[in-house]
Design a protein around this ligand. Structure first.
Ligand SMILES: Nc1nc2c(ncn2[C@@H]2O[C@H](COP(=O)(O)OP(=O)(O)OP(=O)(O)O)[C@@H](O)[C@H]2O)c(=O)[nH]1
Ligand SMILES: [Mg+2]
Length: 308
């Protein structure tokens, strides 16, 4: 299967849910009217885009349809596609800049997919010729350290870890030293998704972020928040919470293959203004993919295989 077909397949549930509902609104009205707009707004909310984004999209359609004196809903469908693509399209620079030291801090609630995403990223970056080092700063559970070790092995990259229960800050200091001394160009830090309580977790993440800021004052730095797409609207509130501990530069949205709630991508980018940089569409090593707005929109609007 080609990469685009894999993406399309990964988005199948989301496409069926969003496009199914929206498609039936468009097909049940031939002409634009108040009922049409109301039903459309409702179906966007059901499609997990979030209230704010749904209202805004419909408002834009109303304005533009009026300006262009459109009367038919099939003409508005074209506007709708344009508007969704516009929201998804952002400046989306690569997370790694050639010729610089790149430091990537990965945060997110437990189970979101941080460790596996780091493993896949490490593999892909190594393949692309980068010298990658991983820091196992999730010291809360022994299994977390072991899990990252397995990924480091698979990717063929070096890992810095201390034993379970040790200070994650110390791991990060160590990893910084090793990155400098080896002249590595990419350091990726895994973190805990759960501690004894949320306040501890947030303080710990803030501290790790400050250490990286101090140790790498001139590096290209990214703070990636990993969100599980299956949590739908909850992903939006997590993003708001985590943004308080470190300036989030990008989102990794995982598990798009196992949810119909992928419309949350649109809400996140529109409401929070944080670009989605990677999407996870499966558990394979190549199923973590740099987010490409155009490709994503195409896959979302593509006819389902059954219709082809
Ligand atoms: N289907 C699917 N599963 C995924 C994807 N990304 C991650 N997973 C699975 O999600 C589960 C949790 O992933 P982890 O990487 O361990 O999550 P974590 O954020 O590190 O969790 P903690 O270490 O507990 O904080 C694993 O079973 C992964 O294989 C994806 O894109 N698609
Ligand atoms: Mg983990």
């Amino acid at each position: 299967m080609g990469l685009f077909d894999k993406l399309k397949k990964g988005l199948e549930k989301t496409r069926n849910s969003i496009m199914g509902n929206i498609g039936s609104v468009f097909s049940s009205y031939e002409e634009i009217g108040e009922d049409f707009y109301e039903e459309l707004e409702e179906s966007l909310i059901l499609g997990d885009m979030g209230m704010e984004t749904a209202v805004q999209v419909v408002e834009t359609l109303r304005t533009k349809a009026k300006e262009r004196k459109l009367q038919r809903t099939d003409e508005v469908y074209e506007l709708f596609k344009e508007e969704i693509s516009r929201i998804l399209e952002t400046q989306n620079p690569d997370i790694v800049v050639n010729g610089m030291t790149n430091v990537i801090l990965v945060i997110g609630v437990n189970g979101a997919g941080k460790t596996t995403s780091i493993g896949k990223m490490a593999y892909q970056l190594k393949e692309a010729g980068h010298h990658v080092i991983l820091a196992a700063a999730d010291t809360f559970r022994a299994a977390a350290i072991d899990q990252l070790k397995v990924w480091a092995d698979r990717a063929g990259v070096e890992i810095v870890c201390h034993k379970e229960g040790s200070d994650p800050g110390a791991v990060v200091y160590d990893a910084a030293d090793i990155t400098h001394s080896r002249w590595a160009d990419v350091l990726i830090c895994d973190t805990a998704g759960r501690l004894h309580n949320k306040k501890n977790l947030m303080e710990e993440l803030g501290k790790i972020n400050r250490i990286l800021e101090r140790e790498f004052p001139t590096a290209h730095r990214e703070v990636l928040l990993v969100l599980d797409a299956t949590t739908g609207q909850n992903a939006l509130s997590q993003a708001k919470l985590f943004a308080q501990v470190a300036p989030i530069t990008g989102i990794v949205l995982t598990k798009l293959d196992s949810t119909a709630k992928g419309g949350v991508v649109i809400g996140i980018m529109n409401e929070l203004g944080i670009p989605v940089k990677y999407i996870g569409v499966g558990e394979g090593i190549e199923d973590l993919r740099p987010f490409n707005a155009r490709e994503f929109a195409e896959a979302l609007f593509a006819p389902s295989s059954a219709e082809e």
